[in-house]
Design a binder for this molecule. Structure first.
Ligand code: PPE
Length: 311
């Protein structure tokens, strides 16, 4: 990975290589952390963080679902993201806030363990590769089912929960595919290892509902709004596995992946085997929104004042 100069750690900017934890950090043993993935883009008004408040809000909700109270306010964390970008001199970057149980307590009752907070920022290019964004990825349905609300909390973006995605990623990667798709516990389509999923059939866009074990993706919300603003029909409903193969178009969204078309699933070409017209149309508006080029979505761009930039 590419590095930056400074990481924000419990209220201070520290040199990248000094942002360390103790080996008895609770989260390292039990996965007791929650995190976010956020991106900042170059816009005409300067670097702007895409839907920053929504990401910070989801971080607080994830923390609360695991009974962690964040020792900073939302506004303090937002200010920290601005300071990181300004002080690291990053015009565009990926931001990774992490709230986690620190060192001091062992065993499964974490309530007495401290809660630490870090935010890192670094340049992160196309998640699944530059070619993937243009031509689409080849995906495979994983044999692993997406975690269900019976045993974990799909709506929480919690560190330990990602072992599920890690298994699906390894399995599908080793089988020669670029991404894995997980079904939910009932066998309906849920999402990618790190992306929400959309299927286009006969001009209508479908996406799995909140009850299908998905993460309530912020880019998913953006796509739903953009599709409706563009006058396209978008329906949240359960999607059968076969609909992946019968689809005219499939695409995935996530902060890291942005909008990535899927061109093949389980060795079936999706539509014509290349990104279709609805994917390209929605993708263009989405890209404009990310970069502050569409006035309708300007409130999604949290512009960072860079006057304090040191470099
Ligand atoms: N589902 C999962 C499981 C997921 O991890 C993400 C984001 C999404 C859906 C899309 O959510 P959103 O970014 O709010 O639209 N995955 C993050 C972590 C990726 C990683 O490899 O780490 C991300 O994209 O930042």
């Amino acid at each position: 990975m590419e590095q930056a100069d400074l990481i924000w750690m419990n209220g201070e900017l520290v040199p990248w290589e000094d942002a360390k934890v103790h080996v008895l950090t609770h989260a390292l043993h039990y996965g007791t952390g929650v995190f976010e993935g956020i991106r900042a883009y170059e816009t005409a008004a300067g670097p702007a963080i895409f839907r920053n408040e929504e990401h910070i809000d989801r971080l607080f909700k994830s923390a609360d679902l695991y009974y962690m109270s964040v020792p900073f306010t939302r506004e303090e964390l937002r200010q920290a993201t601005h300071d990181l970008i300004a002080q690291n001199g990053l015009p565009s970057c990926y931001l990774r806030p992490l709230v986690f149980r620190g060192a001091g307590v062992m065993g499964l009752n974490p309530l007495e363990a401290p809660v630490d907070v870090i935010i890192a920022a670094w340049p992160w290019g196309a998640y699944l590769g530059d070619a993937a964004k243009v031509n689409g990825v080849r995906a495979k349905v994983s044999s692993w089912r997406r975690i269900s609300g019976d045993s974990l909390i799909p709506h929480a973006k919690a560190s330990g929960q990602y072992l599920n995605s890690v298994l699906a990623k390894i399995e599908t990667h080793r089988a020669g595919y670029e991404e894995g798709i997980l079904l939910d516990s009932q066998g309906f389509v849920s999402e990618g290892t790190g992306e929400n999923l959309f299927v286009v059939r006969d001009g209508v866009i479908y996406t799995p509902p909140q009850t299908a074990g998905i993460l309530d993706g912020i880019n998913r919300r953006s796509i739903i709004q953009i599709a409706r603003d563009e006058g396209l029909e978008l329906v949240e409903r359960n999607i059968a596995r076969a609909e992946l193969y019968l689809a005219d178009e499939v695409f995935m969204t996530g902060t890291a992946a942005e909008l990535t078309p899927v061109r093949e699933i389980d060795d079936h070409a999706v539509g014509g085997g290349e990104p279709g017209p609805i994917t390209r149309r929605v993708g263009q508006v989405f890209d404009d929104a990310l970069h502050g080029r569409d006035a309708r979505y300007r409130s999604w761009n949290d512009v960072v004042p860079v006057a304090a930039k040191s470099a």
